[in-house]
Ligand binder design. Structure first.
Ligand code: SF4
Length: 670
C-alpha cells in the first residue's frame, strides 16, 4: 500500500525539523523525518508523535459565541460581523488604543503578517505583541542593539565546525533535541563542551565542564570568564580594534569580576571558572548556545549582553563554528517577530517611528503613530484602558506570569476573541471562540530559530468548519474595508516580500526547492546562513558593560521550565496518549538533603507558595538541583506553575521574570 507523504515542518520547537506526514483515509497515521538539515533523519519524541493531536476529537470545529454561561454554535459570517462591529464600537467609544492583538508563534508568517495588518490598518493601534515577549525579547534587544540583528548568527549545522560549544541556560537535550544531536556529533569530532546551568541536566552529564551556578547569577559568571580571558591575553585584539566599539569600558569594569569574587556570588569554584575561561578563550572557533535560562529574567537583556561581550572579545562571530545561538522555543516565534507582531516594528524590524509612511503608502491607509503596548503592559491595562482583545493560538491564562491576575484581566474585557485548535484555559474565558486549522491543514511559511524560512503544506482538511487563520484575518480586513483580495497564502508572502528587505527574495515557489535563511533580499540571492562574515549592519559591533543584579531572598528558588514530552501549556502534547503517559502530571524536583529536612519523600504532595500564589504538586527527589533550588515544569493546568511567578519586567525588553521565583515549600498537611 502506498500512502500519501506530505513534506512539511514540525509545529513544536524552533529547531524547524522537516518531516513527512503519512496520510490514509484523510487521517495522518504516521510521521517520518526528512533527510534534509536540521532533522537529517532524526526527530525527537514529540516530532515522531506529531500526528497524535491533529485528529483528536476535542478539536474546535465551529465558531462559538458566548450566550450567558454557555456557548452557541454560529456561522463564520455572523461571528466575523459581530467581531468587526464590536471592535468598531470600542474604537469609536474609547479610541483605537482600547484594542489589542496577541499573535501566535504557532501561526504561519502569513497569518502573523495579516493579523499585524489587521491590528494596525483596521483597528488602528500598535498594541500588538507575540509570545517572544515571554521568551526571547531580550535576544531581540541585546543582539539587535549590539550586532545589528536580534537573531541566531549561524545555522545549527555550523556547530559541527565548532572547537568548543558553551551552553548556558539551555536544557538542550530535552528542549531542542535535534540541536543536541549536533552538539553530540561535534563532541565526537573533538569539540569541547562547557555547560553552565543550575541544574545537572542530561547535556551537563556529557560536558567536559559543568558549572552549576546559583540561579540568576549568569552575569557574574560570564563576566568572570571574560575577566580571565582578558587577563590571560586570549582576546582577539585585531577583531576588537577593527570591528567593535566600547571595549575599553568593559575591559576596565570586568576587572572586579575575578573568579574568586564570582565564586562568592555564583557558588562555582574559582578554579572551575578559570578552567572554563581558558578552555573557551583558547578554542579556535567557539560557539555560545543559550535559551530561556538566560532570557526569562528581569535582567534578561543584560544576561544576553554578557554573552555578546564574551563572543566579541574573542572574535567569535562571522565564521562557521563560531557565533551566538539563541534557541527559540516555538516553531515560528522568529517569524512572528519578523512579521512585525511587535508594538514598535513593522516587518523585518522596520521601526514604526521611521517606516510608517512606507506602510501607509502600500496599504493605502493612515497608520497609528502612538506607542504600542507590550504583552504584559496589554494585560495590565485590560479592563481599564484596554477593552477588546484578539488572541491567536496562545493560552496566556496558563503561560503568562501571575496566572490569577491574568485571568482577572481577561475576565474584565468587554470583548475577548480567541482563535485556537483546541479548547484551552483561555478559550474558556472568551466571548468568541474561532476554530482554526492546524499546521497540517494549511499552506504557509514558518521561520525557525536559525532564520530559515520553510514551507508547511496541507496534508488533510481541517475538521468541521475550521479555517486557516490567514483566511479569517483576510475576511476581517475586507469587512473593515481594507482591500485584501488574497487568494492564497503565497499571495500574502508576495506582499510581505515586497515590503520587507530581508524577505525580498523569498516566495513559496522558491521554498518548494528548500528553506532559505534570511536575509535574502532578491530572487537571485542564495540566503545568508552565517551573519557578519563581512561586517555588522550597524557598522561596528557594540560592547556594553553589564553588572550582576541582586537575586534571591534566601528562601527556595524555584526554576520553572519544561519536560521533553510536553510543549508549552500542553494543549497539543497532553492529547497525545504516549506523551501524556510518560509525564502525566506536574512534579517538583527537590534536592534529597532539603527533602529530608522538610520531611518530604519521593511522591509526597507539597505546597509551593510565593508572593503571587499557592499551588500543589508532587515532589520528585533529585540531585539534579542543588540544595535551596527547586525545579518544576509549567505545562500542567492542575499545578499551574505560573500562579507563582510575578510581573517584574526587564527594563529594556519588558520580558517578565518567568524563569526563577522565590518560594516556600512544605509537605502537604504539615
Ligand atoms: S526537535 Fe523540535 S522541531 Fe525537531 S522534531 Fe523535536 S519538537 Fe519538532
Amino acid at each position: 500500500m502506498v500512502l500519501d507523504a506530505i513534506e512539511t515542518t514540525c509545529v513544536y520547537c524552533g529547531c524547524g525539523c522537516g518531516l513527512y506526514l503519512h496520510v490514509e483515509d484523510s487521517k495522518i497515521i504516521a510521521v517520518t523525518p526528512s533527510m534534509k538539515p536540521p532533522a537529517r533523519g532524526r526527530l525527537c519524541a514529540k516530532g515522531w508523535l506529531l500526528h497524535g493531536f491533529a485528529n483528536h476529537p476535542d478539536r474546535l470545529r465551529e465558531p462559538l459565541m458566548r450566550r450567558g454561561d454557555r456557548y452557541v454554535q454560529t456561522s463564520w459570517s455572523e461571528v466575523l460581523s459581530f467581531i468587526a462591529k464590536s471592535f468598531a464600537d470600542i474604537k469609536r467609544d474609547s479610541g483605537p488604543d482600547a484594542l489589542a492583538v496577541l499573535t501566535s508563534a504557532k501561526a504561519t508568517n502569513e497569518e502573523n503578517y495579516l493579523l499585524m495588518k489587521l491590528c494596525r490598518a483596521a483597528l488602528g493601534t500598535n498594541n500588538i505583541d507575540n509570545v517572544a515577549r515571554l521568551c526571547h525579547a531580550p535576544t531581540l534587544f541585546a543582539l539587535g542593539s549590539s550586532l545589528g540583528s536580534g537573531s541566531m548568527t549561524n545555522p545549527i549545522e555550523s556547530l559541527l565546525h565548532s572547537d568548543l560549544i558553551m551552553i548556558i541556560g539551555s536544557n538542550t537535550t530535552e528542549q531542542h533535541p535535534v540541536v543536541s544531536f549536533y552538539v553530540m556529533e561535534a563532541r565526537r569530532n573533538g569539540a569541547k563542551i562547557i555547560v553552565m546551568d543550575p541544574r545537572r541536566t542530561q547535556i551537563a552529564e556529557i560536558a567536559d565542564l559543568h558549572l552549576q551556578m546559583r540561579p540568576g547569577t549568569d552575569i557574574a559568571l560570564l563576566n568572570a570568564i571574560l575577566n580571565v580571558v582578558i587577563r590571560e591575553g586570549m582576546i582577539d585584539e585585531e577583531f576588537i580594534r577593527s570591528r567593535t566599539d566600547g571595549f575599553d569600558e568593559v575591559h576596565d569594569r570586568v576587572a572586579e569580576y575575578t573568579p574568586e569574587a564570582a565564586e562568592r556570588i555564583c557558588g562555582v569554584p574559582a578554579e572551575l571558572i578559570h578552567d572554563a575561561a581558558v578552555m573557551y578563550g583558547s578554542a579556535g572557533d567557539a560557539a555560545i548556545v543559550y535559551a530561556m535560562g538566560i532570557t526569562q529574567h528581569a535582567h534578561g537583556t543584560d544576561n544576553v549582553q554578557a554573552i555578546v561581550n564574551l563572543a566579541l572579545a574573542t572574535g567569535n562571530l562571522g565564521r562557521d563554528g563560531s557565533g551566538i545561538y539563541p534557541l527559540r522555543g516555538h516553531q515560528n516565534v522568529q517569524g512572528a517577530c519578523d512579521m512585525g507582531a511587535l508594538p514598535d516594528y513593522y516587518t523585518g524590524y522596520q521601526k514604526v517611528s521611521e517606516f510608517r509612511e512606507k506602510f501607509e503608502d502600500s496599504w493605502n491607509v493612515e497608520l497609528p503613530a502612538s506607542q504600542g503596548r507590550t504583552a504584559i503592559e496589554i494585560m495590565s491595562s485590560a479592563g481599564s484602558e484596554i477593552r477588546g482583545m484578539y488572541i491567536s493560538g496562545e493560552n496566556p491564562a496558563l503561560s503568562y506570569p501571575d496566572s490569577s491576575r491574568i485571568r482577572s484581566a481577561l475576565e474584565s474585557l468587554d470583548l475577548l476573541v480567541v482563535a485556537d485548535i483546541f479548547p484551552t484555559e483561555t478559550t474558556r474565558m472568551a466571548d468568541v471562540v474561532l476554530p482554526i486549522a492546524s499546521f497540517a491543514e494549511k499552506y504557509g511559511t514558518v521561520t525557525s530559530t536559525e532564520r530559515k524560512v520553510q514551507l508547511i503544506r496541507k496534508a488533510i482538511d481541517p475538521p468541521g468548519n475550521a479555517l486557516p487563520e490567514w483566511v479569517v484575518a483576510a475576511k476581517l480586513l475586507e469587512i473593515f474595508g481594507i482591500s485584501a483580495g488574497y487568494d492564497s497564502s503565497a499571495a500574502v508572502m508576495r506582499e510581505i516580500a515586497a515590503l520587507t528587505p530581508s524577505y525580498g527574495g523569498i516566495s513559496h515557489e522558491r521554498l518548494e526547492r528548500g528553506g532559505i535563511h534570511w536575509p535574502c533580499p532578491t530572487q537571485e540571492h542564495p540566503g545568508t546562513p552565517v551573519l557578519y562574515r563581512d561586517g555588522f549592519p550597524r557598522g561596528r559591533a557594540l560592547f556594553r558593560h553589564v553588572d550582576q543584579h541582586e537575586c534571591g531572598d534566601g528562601r527556595f528558588t524555584l526554576i520553572i521550565g519544561r519536560s521533553q514530552y510536553h510543549f508549552h501549556t500542553g494543549s497539543m502534547t497532553r492529547r497525545v496518549c504516549i506523551l501524556e503517559r510518560e509525564v502525566p502530571e506536574a512534579f517538583v524536583d527537590v534536592n534529597p538533603k532539603d527533602a529530608a529536612s522538610l520531611g518530604i519523600r519521593n511522591g509526597t504532595g507539597v505546597i509551593l507558595e510565593s508572593e503571587s500564589g499557592t499551588i500543589r504538586a508532587r515532589a520528585r527527589l533529585s540531585d539534579s538541583v542543588s540544595s535551596g533550588t527547586l525545579f518544576m515544569p509549567f505545562h500542567f493546568r492542575e499545578s499551574p506553575a505560573n500562579m507563582l511567578t510575578g510581573w517584574q519586567l526587564d527594563p529594556h525588553s519588558k520580558i517578565p521574570s518567568l524563569k526563577i521565583t522565590s518560594v516556600s515549600i512544605r509537605r502537604e498537611g504539615a
